[in-house]
Design a protein around this ligand. Structure first.
Ligand code: PEP
Ligand code: MN
Length: 333
């Protein structure tokens, strides 16, 4: 349930109302906007008398929220959320480029790529140390050593690290990671999502291969309801009958999600297409469509990459794309 307060309500009256609602056993999510204060009521609201609340002098309107997601619902939180990663702001008009290899392979590789993407305008770097692979015989990442190499690249460049966590047991290794990525295959690993809710760290939650937007939002809700509101969503392509691309980039998910949630929306055109030459046009389309950022795979030697070489841009290709992205941003912002 949403309670919108009248403009200019005193703090004292607001506190009295909140205390009364809390006494009914509800959790109250307060969103203080520039023009209005919105109270999001989480819990069993069936005992709340809507007419009574609506009749209160300080209340402007009351609405029942029919969607099952509350914490990540824009109705609860009309203003877009800004997720901060160090000095980098993401969301509410702050656009971010995240770039780097699919997997961390060596110190030289990750440092070279991190320097190149930084020079091109990326403000966060990506790189997988724990890799979910379809085949058990494929390279599955350098694991703890990969995380150490990412930290070396961060020291060299100042770029914060975005890297994937697959298993709760590895969580202690991720203490010094800036953004934890939850991959498509783990989007509905509910125990993992609950644990992420206990952290004070931004989470990049990727949409599952065959998951609906509502399911994606419910997964974000798991993290937020457990206490961590710093969640970014990532559209990375879904399974369809399209036969020439790895996945199908669901571009309309971007404006739809912006309507449904206040969380930042990042687009991954690399996994969505699987083909390096298709990455720039889809990255530009996503930028034009209102994405808050892009996550793009970049490798200094894609032909010899241990993972996802076919969809990886060379550093110079990323630099050319980044320039065009900035031009599109100028038009749409
Ligand atoms: C990745 O980012 O390298 C990755 C494995 O992504 P996804 O979970 O979207 O497949
Ligand atoms: Mn990849």
């Amino acid at each position: 349930m949403i309670v919108v307060l009248k403009h200019g309500v005193s703090e004292e009256k607001k506190a009295q109302l909140i205390a009364w609602l809390q006494a009914l056993g509800l959790r109250i999510h307060i969103s203080d906007g520039e023009f209005q204060t919105v109270l999001g009521l989480v819990g069993d609201t069936s005992t709340v008398d809507i007419d009574l609340v609506e009749s209160l002098e300080i209340v402007d309107s009351v609405k029942r929220v029919t969607e099952p997601f509350k914490m990540c619902n824009r109705k609860f939180h009309p203003e877009s959320m800004v997720v901060e990663v160090g000095d980098v702001k993401i969301g509410a008009g702050n656009f971010v480029m995240i770039a780097g290899p699919c997997s961390v392979e060596s110190e030289e590789q990750i440092v070279t790529v991190a320097k190149a993407v930084k020079a091109a305008g990326a403000s966060l770097m990506r790189g997988g140390a724990f890799k979910p692979r379809t085949s058990p015989y494929d390279f599955a990442g350098l694991k703890a050593e990969g995380l150490e190499l990412l930290k070396i690249a961060r020291k060299e460049t100042g770029l914060p690290i975005v890297t994937e966590l697959m298993n709760i047991n590895d969580l202690p290794l991720f203490e010094d990671v800036d953004v934890i990525q939850i991959g498509a295959r783990n989007m509905q690993n509910f125990d993992l999502l609950r644990e992420l809710g206990k952290l004070d760290k931004p989470i990049l939650l990727k949409r599952g291969l065959a998951n609906t937007l509502k399911e994606l939002l419910m997964s974000a809700e798991y993290i937020m309801a457990s206490g961590n509101e710093r969640v970014m969503l990532c559209e990375r392509g879904i399974r369809t009958f399209s036969d020439y691309t790895r996945n199908t980039l669901d571009l309309s998910a971007v404006p739809m999600l912006h309507e449904l949630t206040h969380l930042p929306i990042i687009v991954d055109p690399s996994h969505a297409t699987g083909i390096a030459r298709l990455v720039p046009p889809m990255a530009l389309a996503a930028t034009a469509g209102g994405a808050d950022g892009l996550i793009i795979e970049v490798h200094n030697d894609p032909i010899h990459a241990l993972c996802d070489g076919a969809q990886s841009l060379r550093p110079e290709e990323f630099a050319a794309l980044a320039e065009k992205v900035r031009a599109i941003r100028e038009i749409v912002k």
